[in-house]
Every structure is written in structure tokens, then in C-alpha cells.
Write a protein that binds this ligand. Structure first.
Ligand code: 7TS
Length: 406
């Protein structure tokens, strides 16, 4: 594509032509999941119809083809985040499973009394796995607070390190506030203290260029379904030396060297962490999604989304009683808000009746909601295919609802 043409992009997403209650669909729930372009759906269909076979398991041609497709995606993911080696790219079911893998397996190396630094803006996926680890051994969680704009308190962050600190686990971008955390600086600080960092990149990879070597991230995790790709596929990037140190997460086929009832040896990376049959069709099609995104250009997507964010935020603030949570400079195109004393659910339900899909509730970030002193918010979030006209429809719907409820 020579220049960013949102109308051309929209043609690749047939779902955007849907009507809801007589209104054109305005899909603003991209933080939960993004829609999928035809090329990805076509790749899935083609594989089911013409070349379905299990990976790594057969001498036959179809199995070899399926294996090649899976490994081509692994190489594509490696290049996309600039990892050193495909041995460092582990396929999982999603961000959640990737974090659970690290919590379970890296967690095995931790000892009673060890500490992990999290932040108050984490998704439950980056809280609960560490708490579950805390049921196996005594692990202390330290939490970095935020300021009024929704930025991490970096002084507090620096003060949380001590000799028992064994990991920092932090989101690159908040799924509620849109805040882009200063990950590179945080990693440098952690490394100065000899502590590795897991970055939850679920909300980052489709909105900015990520280079794991430049960041010097130790673990970086994300989900395909938020990147215009299939559901059920995710990635754990981990530095080889760490993955080598860690015991396997699950046992089963494909992750072994040799099995006997007395002794089992494990496969080399990345297969050591990939037990059982993966979603090999989803993984194969994930490559198309990355190709599609990079074809449009991640930087151009980011620029488009930022324009929509600024335009929409300005107009929203004209609505009486509007409160937006998360106003950090340079934030991603996620707008969490409340209007006066209205319940988030009522606003979300009425928006739906006007064709606008948003998410309401705690967004799997209950500790953040408690910190903000609220139960939940309405959240609108943008992707590459959203338009200014859609932003206008959203604002018009909000005005109507605020008059109705007010
Ligand atoms: N981490 C962050 C920052 C997220 O936003 C999400 C999903 C996850 C982890 C979990 O990803 P999964 O693909 O394994 O489920 N966030 C959201 C959301 O904000 N609304 O729905 C899902």
C-alpha cells in the first residue's frame, strides 16, 4: 500500500459492513480483540480444505508442509520483534498462557521470601499467575503505584528493589489507561539490580514497533487475536539462557528427547515448551496477520490511531460530566471513561443499541479500579480500520445518551 488508505483497508474486513439495530457497526472494542482481514481467514480455510496435517509427526508431504508453515510463522515472529533466534520464540495459546508458563517454570527457580515487582495497572493475567505461584512458595508481590495522569511512579519503582527481588512483570501498554510505560528505562533499572523483566506486550505489539533486543527484554509476551490474527495463538519470547535454565511447563508429545519409564530427556528449544499438538492452523495463519500489519506499516497504523485518539478525546471532553481515566502523554488509542454518575453498563448497553461496540466493566484490572476508586469504566479503543466518521458516530451516540440519562 503506497499510502495509508483507511477505506481500502476496510474492504479487507467484511465484518465492518454489519448493521446493528439499523445502525452501521462501529467497532471500538479493539483492545479486547481486533477484527481479522480476509487474507487471514482465507489462509485458515485453505489449510482446512487442502493441507491439514499434524506438525512434526509424519514423513508424509502434508505433515511436512504443515511443519514448514508453522516454522515460517516462527521465523516471521522472530523478525517482527527482532529476536536473535527462533529458539527464543515459543508458541502458546495466548498472553495468559505465556505468563502462566513463566510463572510456573521460572517460578520453579524462585525461593521462599523472593519478591516480584508488578504495577497497579496490570491485567489479571499478569497478577493471578504470580499469586498462584505464591501458593506453592512464599512470594512477595510489590506493586508500583501511578500518578493522576496514569503514569507509573518511577521513584517508587526504583525504591522497590532489594536483594530478594527476582523479577519485574509489567505491561508495555495499559489495557485500561492506554499508558505506554517507559519499558526500556524500567528494564535498564532492573538489570542494574540484576533482575530480569517480563513485559506483557498484549496491548503494544499492534500499536508500535517492538524490538526485544533494543529493549533488552528478558521475556516478552503477546496474543495473535489482538494483532488482526486468529484466536488461540500467542507468543512467549524469552532469552535463550533463561529458557534453558527453566524446567518444562507441560509434559507430553513433541517436548521430549527420549522417554522411558525411568528417565525422560527433553527436546531442545523452542520445542521443550511446546507440549502436545498446537493450534497449527492458527499459527500458520498468524503469519498472514503479521504480513498484513507490516504491509500497512505499524508506524502508519500508530499515527492513524493517534489522530483518532486526539480527535475523539477533544470532542468527548465537550460532553458535560465526562471523566477520562488515563491522560498520559503519548498514550495509545484506548479511552476509558465515565459520564457523571451514570453506570458504565447502562452507557455501554445504550451505545450497543446505537451500533457502537465498546467494553464496560473492570477490564480484568480490578486492582486498578480499586486504586481509582471506581467499579468500572466504559472503554472505547481504536484499530487501523476505524475512521473519523465512526468517531463522529460514537460522539453523537454519547451526546444522545448523556442527554437521555441526564
Ligand atoms: N495482558 C493485557 C495487558 C491484556 O490487555 C490482556 C487482554 C491480556 C494480558 C490477556 O490476553 P489473552 O489474549 O491471553 O486473553 N485484555 C483484554 C481486554 O482488555 N479486554 O478483553 C481482553
Amino acid at each position: 500500500m503506497d499510502k495509508f488508505d483507511v477505506n481500502l483497508i476496510r474492504k479487507d474486513f467484511p465484518i465492518l459492513e454489519r448493521q446493528l439495530y439499523g445502525h452501521p457497526l462501529v467497532y471500538l472494542d479493539n483492545t479486547a480483540t481486533s477484527q481479522t482481514p480476509s487474507c487471514v481467514v482465507d489462509a485458515i480455510e485453505k489449510m482446512y480444505y487442502h493441507s491439514k496435517a499434524n506438525v512434526h509427526r509424519g514423513v508424509h508431504t502434508l505433515s511436512q508442509e504443515a511443519t514448514d508453515l508453522q516454522e515460517a510463522t516462527r521465523e516471521r515472529v522472530r523478525g517482527f520483534i527482532n529476536a536473535k533466534s527462533t529458539q527464543e520464540i515459543i508458541f502458546t495459546r495466548g498472553t495468559t498462557e505465556a505468563i502462566n508458563l513463566v510463572a510456573s517454570s521460572y517460578g520453579d527457580l524462585l525461593e521462599n521470601g523472593d519478591e516480584i515487582i508488578l504495577t497497579v495497572m496490570e491485567h489479571h493475567a499478569n497478577i493471578v499467575p504470580w499469586q498462584l505461584l505464591g501458593r506453592r512458595k512464599r512470594i512477595i508481590l510489590r506493586v508500583v503505584p501511578i500518578n493522576a495522569l496514569g503514569e507509573l511512579d518511577m521513584t517508587a519503582y526504583r525504591s522497590l528493589f532489594n536483594e530478594r527481588t527476582k523479577l519485574v512483570a509489567v505491561c508495555h501498554v495499559s489495557n485500561v489507561l492506554g499508558t505506554v510505560n517507559p519499558i526500556k528505562e524500567m528494564i535498564a533499572e532492573a538489570h542494574a539490580n540484576g533482575v530480569p523483566v517480563l513485559v506483557d506486550g498484549a496491548q503494544a505489539v499492534s500499536h508500535m514497533c517492538v524490538d526485544v533486543q533494543d529493549l533488552d527484554a528478558d521475556f516478552y509476551v503477546f496474543s495473535s487475536h489482538k494483532m488482526y490474527g486468529p484466536s488461540g495463538v500467542g507468543v512467549l519470547y524469552g532469552k535463550k539462557y533463561l529458557l534453558d535454565m527453566m524446567p518444562p511447563y507441560q509434559g507430553g508429545g513433541e517436548m521430549i528427547g527420549h522417554v522411558s519409564f525411568d528417565h525422560t530427556t527433553f527436546a531442545e528449544l523452542p520445542f521443550k515448551f511446546e507440549a502436545g499438538t498446537p493450534d497449527f492452523i492458527g499459527i500458520a495463519a498468524f503469519k498472514q496477520a503479521i504480513d498484513y500489519m507490516t504491509g500497512v506499516g505499524v508506524e502508519r497504523i500508530a499515527e492513524h490511531e493517534h489522530q483518532l485518539l486526539e480527535y475523539t478525546t477533544e470532542r468527548m471532553m465537550e460532553i458535560p460530566g465526562m471523566r477520562i481515566f488515563g491522560n498520559a502523554p503519548g498514550k495509545c488509542a484506548v479511552i476509558s471513561f465515565l459520564i457523571g454518575k451514570e453506570h458504565h453498563y447502562d452507557i455501554g448497553m445504550l451505545l450497543d443499541k446505537l451500533g457502537v461496540a465498546v467494553r464496560t466493566g473492570h477490564h480484568c484490572a480490578q486492582p486498578l479500579m480499586t486504586y481509582l476508586g471506581i467499579e468500572g469504566t466504559v472503554r472505547a479503543s481504536f484499530a487501523m480500520y476505524n475512521t473519523q466518521e465512526e468517531a463522529d458516530r460514537f460522539i453523537a451516540a454519547l451526546r444522545r445518551i448523556s442527554t437521555m440519562l441526564g
